[in-house]
Design a protein around this ligand. Structure first.
Ligand code: AMP
Ligand code: MG
Length: 420
């Protein structure tokens, strides 16, 4: 493999995202759309509310009938009917009459307002209590009071959600209210996850001399799942080109949209992932001026985008966080590819080597400021540096020292309560 210049994190990210396309749409049952990206605008077939209805348990009436009412001088109206939620009124309210009405029940013709039951002489009720013949009302209302009008929330024909909208529980509820039971969303990316290394044994195997458990396989599958994408585990490949190729073939057979492997991309004697990639596809770059995560291969294997993460567990996770995360989110149709980023004030000094560095840190709120400390030992094999962290503190390219009280950008991997 020819020597290659190091590129910056931004150049690497641009190259990765240029090679990633948004996946096609599919129609899924409403609940399966949660967390996914709408592929087409949703136009309301009906209005919401679909009919004028009461917002209170009370009495539907004509507001003009109460024009002279005071607490001492209540109006007495004849009660024509009881309108339960779900029923259709068969009376017309005329001057001097009212109908008992429940929250959500249709407003009867002739009525233009509702008086809450608390403002009548019948404030105590249950199902056994018969409908009164007359009701005393001890307050005035304006026309439209306690009435929810047709189309007040959404009008039929209106575009309710644009393509690209990320569907949260509130969108799911809105779509349900509109009778949308199947939703066009971008397909979930299928991500093949491969661990490579002769030293790796499965997590449930007893430790053996010289061996370590395949933690990356699990960490990267978990990272894929946390994004709402579908992991396809390709297991552990030995450090031979043949075994790596065989495992990748399983991914091609499964139709993966992206390959993510860990280890075997550096300059060690057995680092064969780049060779496999070059022979079976293309290597765009394999060295990034980043810490941790300097060896990071990006290319295509048989036309499928391929990210070869470093082997060290922290480097693998941070590189995933910076590059694979954005690639997967872009495939899934998301526009927001970064985590929330905030300015923080450092509470301890940081030394770096001039590469763009992602320091594991803890961000918390102090008065009006966000302050940050590091999680201590930053060795790229130290998983606990990530376990303790809620943020990655970004030391920019070219900066080798940040003093106490210096400013950095924090890439928030979590928003724990201590941050607010
Ligand atoms: P390499 O890139 O192959 O030189 O690996 C770098 C370091 O990462 C070595 O210490 C490996 O043992 C370690 N490593 C590689 N793959 C894994 C894995 N799947 N789980 C945990 N550690 C790994
Ligand atoms: Mg290795």
């Amino acid at each position: 493999m020819a020597e290659q210049e190091y590129i910056t994190v931004q150049e690497a990210l641009t190259a990765v995202l240029n090679g990633i396309s948004v996946l096609p749409a599919e129609e899924v049952p409403l609940l399966e759309a949660l967390g996914r990206v709408l592929a087409e605008p949703v136009v309301a077939r009906d209005s919401l509310p679909p009919f004028a209805n009461s917002s209170m348990d009370g009495y539907a009436l004509r507001a003009a009938d109460l024009a002279d009412v005071t607490t001492e001088n209540p109006a007495t109206l004849r009660v024509l009917a009881d309108i339960a939620a779900g029923s259709v009124p068969n009376v017309t309210i005329t001057s001097g009459t009212a109908a008992r009405i429940m929250t959500g029940a249709p407003l009867p013709p002739g009525a233009d307002a509702v008086v809450p039951v608390e403002d009548t002489n019948e404030s105590w009720r249950n199902v056994e209590r018969p409908l009164p013949d007359y009701i005393q009302i001890n307050r005035q209302v304006a026309a439209n009071d306690y009435v929810r009008h047709i189309g007040e929330d959404i009008e039929a024909g209106q575009v309710v959600l644009q393509a690209g909208h990320v569907l949260r529980p509130q969108e799911v509820g809105t779509l349900a209210a509109l009778g949308v039971s199947r939703v066009p969303v971008i397909r979930r990316p299928q991500v093949g996850v491969l661990a490579t290394g002769d030293e790796l044994i499965p997590v449930d195997a007893p430790l053996q001399p010289g061996k370590i458990r395949n933690s990356n396989g699990y960490a990267q599958i978990a990272q894929v799942m946390a994004l709402g994408a579908v992991p396809i585990s390709l297991g552990i490949a030995r450090d031979t080109e043949e075994d790596v190729r065989n495992k990748l073939q399983k991914g091609l057979d499964a139709g993966v949209d992206l390959f993510i492997s860990s280890a075997g991309v550096s300059v060690g004697a057995y680092d064969i992932v780049k060779t496999v990639l070059q022979d079976g596809g293309n290597v765009n770059f394999w060295r990034v001026r980043m810490r941790p995560g300097k060896p990071l291969a990006y290319g295509q294997y048989s036309d499928v985008p391929y990210l070869g993460l470093p082997g060290n567990p922290v480097s693998a996770m941070v590189s995933f966080e910076r590059f694979a995360r954005a690639a997967i989110l872009k495939m899934a149709g998301h526009q927001q590819l970064d985590r929330p980023k905030i300015k923080v004030i450092l509470q301890e000094e940081i030394h770096s080597d001039g590469r763009e560095s992602y320091i594991r840190g803890v961000v918390s709120k102090q008065g009006d400021n966000y302050v940050a400390t590091t999680t201590g030992g930053q060795g790229s094999h130290m998983m606990t540096s990530l376990v303790k962290a809620n943020a990655l503190l970004i030391v920019p390219e070219g900066v080798t020292y940040v003093p106490v009280d210096g400013n950095l950008t924090a890439w928030m991997i979590d928003w724990p309560e201590s941050v607010f």
